[in-house]
Design a protein around this ligand. Structure first.
Ligand SMILES: Cc1cc2nc3c(=O)[nH]c(=O)nc-3n(C[C@H](O)[C@H](O)[C@H](O)COP(=O)(O)O)c2cc1C
Length: 459
């Protein structure tokens, strides 16, 4: 069992009702487009911190609020700060709800000593009043407990005389490129911000967005498919379990909950045992491991994203979000790579009709066609490379003396794939939410509800 799971939290989506249709969309209101003349709908291009642009319709009355967030903070600094903008008013949120996701990020067999020091707790500094968002930016803070051991080395004031500088980069990490790019004389400056410690704040920010999606019956979940050589072979059995779990009211989140019961977030016991043995072996050898995880999104309406412009394709945006996670080096949508080896007739998801509703018996496309959601579950895979800090190090160079030496070792994870899968769940939430808001957006949850009720495509 993963330590620290808190079933008792009211905010846990595990308590959601028996099917997606139970998400009441009772509020009535005026449609966003109906009362606005076409000519006043200007096109606005908004820069997001993650390079891609989203084009949104802008009316004289209101702008469709798009979500963006920024994080700040060093691994051993005082803490992490996040600002998230574009969350509509009226969303119920609590620090407990966010902390539950932060705890999930900290778990998993193979984590290093840092996770035993930290027990991440978020503080909500602004944007929430009496448990509800008020439409203004939400500011979050997570303190680094470990910072107490780094006060001198991470001092904001003073100078670095007397501080031992790091001059030996770890191959595979951001040490060398950061040192050269920013003209540092101390690799520590690169280590501190490049560290995946930053993902704690990303998870915190994205959890608020996730909560927004859940209001509309859209749930995200994940599980780990492989760690090193321990691969899920019986995919059919796992898929059968997933389709059972996703029938729960909280859809894909049920998969996440089931995966959380495993130390490596795997749904298949045999593979789980192999994975734990692999991690143990790797630790003994002073080595590290990566792996592959799957992220699922259920309850997604048809029509999010667009094919009309490259940067509006939802598949591209989702891939970018996953690739932005530290150490993720491959992303696949649906059966992307396996499909490339097959005839088209074995790949594409044929249409059928079930009780007058258009349906598909398969979902090899992973819920996306033409950069647009097709109403099926979104299925994403991401590959995480092995951790680059090795107890049995590769060769490096001392940048001061130019001598070949062993790479530096500092306290590190042996395997962080389970944690990475939780981060994967989080980072895609703003992408899905922005596509959702582009179509159904409004200034408050209530307003979005009424628009969603009116405009949700029927097929
Ligand atoms: C959850 C998580 C934990 C990580 N823990 C470590 C770690 O303990 N040691 C390490 O060297 N790299 C760790 N990494 C990977 C590095 O952060 C990453 O390799 C580094 O920032 C360089 O970026 P790149 O691999 O994307 O090129 C972790 C990544 C994630 C997602």
């Amino acid at each position: 069992m993963l330590k620290g799971r808190t079933k008792e939290l009211d905010s846990s989506p595990s308590k959601c009702r028996s099917n997606h249709n139970n998400y009441p969309l009772q509020q009535q209101g005026t449609s966003w487009k109906e009362d606005v003349p076409f000519f006043v709908q200007a096109i606005r291009v908004i820069e997001t911190p993650v390079i891609f642009r989203l084009i949104v319709k802008h009316t004289t009355k209101e702008a469709s609020a798009l979500i963006r967030y920024l994080t700040s903070g060093e691994s051993h600094g005082k803490g992490l700060i996040g600002i998230i903008e574009g969350i509509p008013a009226g969303l119920n949120i609590s620090a407990d709800y966010v902390n539950h996701q932060l705890r999930r990020r900290q778990q998993g067999y193979g984590r290093g000593g840092r996770m035993r020091i930290e027990s991440d707790q978020v503080e909500i500094l602004s944007g929430v009043r009496f448990g509800k968002t008020i439409g203004s930016p939400v500011a979050l803070m997570i303190r680094n407990k470990d910072s107490q051991n780094w006060l001198e080395k991470m001092a904001v004031d003073g100078d670095d005389s007397g501080i031992e500088k790091v001059t030996i980069p770890r191959p595979g990490h951001a040490d060398y490129v950061g040192y050269v790019k920013y003209g540092f004389d101390d690799v520590r400056n690169a280590i501190e911000r490049a560290s995946a410690r930053e993902t704690a704040m990303r998870v915190a920010c994205c959890t608020i967005v996730r909560k927004l999606l859940e209001e509309f019956g859209i749930f995200v979940g994940s599980h780990v498919l492989s760690i090193g050589n321990a691969l899920t072979k019986d995919r059919i059995k796992v898929d059968r379990a997933i389709s059972r779990f996703t029938r729960a009211s909280c859809g894909a989140y049920k998969v996440a909950e089931k995966a959380d019961e495993s130390q490596v977030r795997m749904l298949d016991k045999t593979t789980e045992e192999k994975a734990i043995a692999e991690i143990r072996k790797s630790k003994k050898l002073g080595d590290t491991l990566g792996g592959i995880f799957e992220v699922l999104v259920t309850g997604v309406p048809i029509g999010l994203g667009s094919y009309v412009q490259y940067d509006r394709k939802l598949d591209g945006q989702l891939a970018q979000a996953l690739m932005s996670i530290h150490a993720v080096k491959g992303v696949e949508i649906g059966d992307g790579f396996a499909n490339a080896q097959k005839f088209g007739s074995y790949v594409h998801d044929a249409f059928s009709v079930k009780n007058t509703v258009i349906a598909r018996k398969t979902n090899r496309a992973g819920g996306l066609e033409g950069g647009i959601t097709n109403g099926q579950t979104i299925i994403l895979h991401a590959a995480m490379k092995p951790i680059s800090t090795l107890a049995h190090p590769l060769k490096s160079v001392d940048l001061k003396t130019k001598k070949v030496v062993d790479a530096r070792y500092e306290r590190s994870d042996v395997c962080a794939v389970p944690a990475c899968s939780v981060i994967g769940e989080a980072v895609i939430a703003p992408v899905v939410a922005n596509a959702f808001l582009e179509k159904f957006g409004g200034d408050s949850v209530q307003e979005i509800r009424s628009r969603y009720k009116k405009k949700k495509p029927k097929y």
